[in-house]
Design a protein around this ligand. Structure first.
Ligand code: PLP
Length: 466
């Protein structure tokens, strides 16, 4: 069977699958169990920077964009326009199925269909993802290689998996109150959970197997002594330590991240920074650049996809290689995802990074954050309300307690009634802030800051009287 036939038949199969197999029998299409050898040959694995793609996804993902219905296509088309993807060049993926592409390639290059298709895959479909991977490697200190996922949840999940595969141990250590997404490991001892006797983990969602409590250890963020003691006791079982370098609303106390880096390096335990929030936000190189501590692996998300579903695991090549090299039992890591490295999201991410590289971006974000935190502090003082202003970079928050806040348990001393009133009242004055931390962005103007200051003042008056 010719290469073109295989690709077209696969396109037809997936189209049929989407229709619920209604026409499968008529077409006589059967699900290809594996791409044919010839397909594999023309889509030879290329050592793209950061192992952006694995070969086996290439055929399948081409077809995800290839088999569309008019409504889907219109939506995708709109997104493509917004993402400034080159229209004429993306059209084959949207309109023509792969068969059109092959016909064009046939016409233009005579017998060299295979080379044309390979080049097309790289240029049109994965070019965006490859360029984004290169930009990430340039930006983030620990990023020697990149694996794309569609969400931050997947990024922390796979960062933990690759760390465990590299280290060959099962347990992980996370911090009390930290949030790493909604997978089973991430939802142990999260914010809102009753504290346990450390390092015992508490399941933070229904449906998490009880047995996972034995695989997750919990340490107190910002308490280096206690954290070090737990790591020293369990180091032989630990496959990874994962930390939000800026945990929810808690800045790291001086020396905490450095100490964590030292003790994990000492025992050879992979250190993962969850930078889903902080990457490209605290600095272009994320919290690791901002705080000057370089982890082995990091999960990045949110900004890197420019508002589209894209996230990534990044890290040192020595560890990331566990994604592609089977372990000593001959078992490799499974990390496939239909939409990984999605070209539309990658284009949106690339466009976003271009904006963020403009001179003055981070200075502006930090200045605005600093201004809002100072205003909030002054408002507390003026209204004689006991509270702690938290935050860093463009993030801010307030907890109504007289007690200084460094750890997750400190945050539990906050007056939740006052917090509810504050957030309700600023909303009544036109300022929407999540009840967790507030995020400032580049579109916020000085006028917005002035408006927010007024809302803080009015809301604090209500808090003072509560
Ligand atoms: C620190 C952190 N890690 C992971 C996640 C999960 O990311 P996503 O919502 O993209 O799955 C979030 C989401 O807010 C987050 O704040």
């Amino acid at each position: 069977m010719a290469v073109a036939d295989i690709v077209v038949r696969q396109a037809e199969f997936f189209r049929t699958e989407q229709q619920g197999h209604r026409h499968g029998a008529e077409l006589g299409v059967t699900k290809p169990t594996k791409p044919d050898d010839k397909v594999l040959r023309f889509l030879q694995y290329r050592s793209w920077p950061g192992n952006v793609r694995e070969l086996k996804n290439v055929v399948h993902k081409a077809l995800v964009l290839a088999h569309g219905y008019p409504l889907d296509l219109a939506v995708i088309q709109g997104a493509v326009e917004q993402a400034s993807l080159p229209q004429p060049e993306i059209k084959p993926t949207l309109y023509g199925y792969v068969s059109d592409l092959l016909e064009t390639a046939d016409r233009e290059s005579g017998t060299n269909v295979e080379a044309s298709v390979t080049e097309w895959f790289e240029r049109e479909l994965y070019g965006q993802a490859i360029r984004l991977a290169e930009a990430i490697v340039d930006a983030i200190p620990c990023a020697e290689q990149v694996r794309f996922t569609s969400s931050g949840t997947e990024a922390t999940f796979f960062a933990l998996r690759v760390a465990r595969a590299f280290r060959g141990r099962d347990k992980i250590l996370k911090f009390e109150g930290a949030f790493h997404g909604s997978h089973d490991y991430a939802m142990m001892s999260t914010e809102g959970q009753q504290p346990s006797e450390l390092p015992r983990a508490v399941r933070g969602s229904a449906g998490i197997p009880q047995s996972l409590e034995n695989e997750v250890l919990i340490a107190p963020f910002n308490d280096l002594d206690q954290t070090t003691a737990i790591i020293e006791r369990y180091h032989q079982d630990l496959g990874a330590v994962i930390v939000e370098p800026f945990q929810r609303m808690l800045s790291p106390v001086p020396g905490f991240l450095q100490g964590l880096r030292e003790v994990t390096a000492h025992y050879g335990i992979p250190l993962i920074f969850d930078e889903v929030v902080t990457s490209f936000r605290f600095a272009y190189g994320g919290a690791q650049e901002y705080y000057g501590v370089i982890p082995d692996l990091a999960a990045i998300g949110k900004i890197v996809g420019g508002g589209y579903p894209l996230a990534a695991v990044v890290g040192k090549a020595a560890m990331m290689s566990a994604f592609v090299q089977p372990n000593e039992d001959g078992v490799a890591i499974g990390q496939v995802g239909t939409l990984n490295g999605n070209p539309i999201a990658a284009a949106a991410g690339l466009a976003t990074l271009t904006v963020l590289r403009q001179p003055g971006t981070y200075q502006r974000l930090h200045e605005l954050g600093q201004q809002l935190r100072a205003i909030l502090q002054a408002t507390l003082r003026e209204h004689h309300v006991a509270g702690q202003v938290l935050g860093d970079g463009p993030l801010y928050h307030v907890v109504f307690t007289p007690q200084p806040i460094h750890t997750y348990r400190d945050t539990l001393t906050g007056d939740t009634q006052k917090q509810r009133i504050f957030h309700r009242e600023i909303l009544n004055h036109g300022v929407l802030k999540p009840t967790s931390k507030g995020y400032i962005s580049l579109v916020h103007s000085d006028a917005d800051v002035a408006e927010t200051a007024k809302a803080f003042d009015a809301a604090m008056a209500q808090v003072a009287h509560s």
